[in-house]
Design a protein around this ligand. Structure first.
Ligand SMILES: [Zn+2]
Length: 137
């Protein structure tokens, strides 16, 4: 049987099954704010084909700012993620900031969504997405 392997959308260079899929399926934890950021981008990227990943995005949203529901079926065609910088967000930190650009296709054009995202720990001690400052859209 041929098993097709796909590179992870987060840009790590690893296969999806060895990278964000482990986090999406609860087999591994995002140990840093950047790892959570990457796994959340992968969920948005895959959302058109796997709309059930919306629950992953909700679960990794901090309870204080989490929306009641979300749909992934109307996501744009995400292309790739570029991390510009991170502040804190390491395994021993309580807060972290990740500035990134996510590129998506609009017809023939590749457009940029740039955000400075703020992460903190949820009540269980895991990283969660708190909010973001949109820098370019
Ligand atoms: Zn990944």
């Amino acid at each position: 049987m041929l098993i097709l392997k796909a590179k992870c959308p987060c840009g790590s260079g690893q296969d999806y099954s060895d990278c964000c899929k482990l986090i999406h399926t609860g087999k591994a934890k995002a140990l840093t704010a950047e790892a959570l950021m990457r796994s959340r981008f992968s969920a948005y990227y895959l959302g058109q084909q796997q709309p059930e990943l919306a629950s992953y995005l909700l679960n990794t949203w901090c309870p204080s700012t989490r929306p009641n529901s979300m749909e992934l079926t109307d996501q744009p065609n995400w292309v790739r993620l570029k991390i510009w910088q991170t502040q804190a967000g390491q395994p021993n930190d309580k807060q972290g900031i990740v500035e990134f650009s996510a590129f998506y296709l609009d017809g023939l054009f590749q457009l940029e969504f740039r955000e400075k995202s703020y992460f903190q720990r949820n009540p269980e001690g895991d990283w969660c997405y708190l909010r973001g400052d949109i820098l370019k859209n």
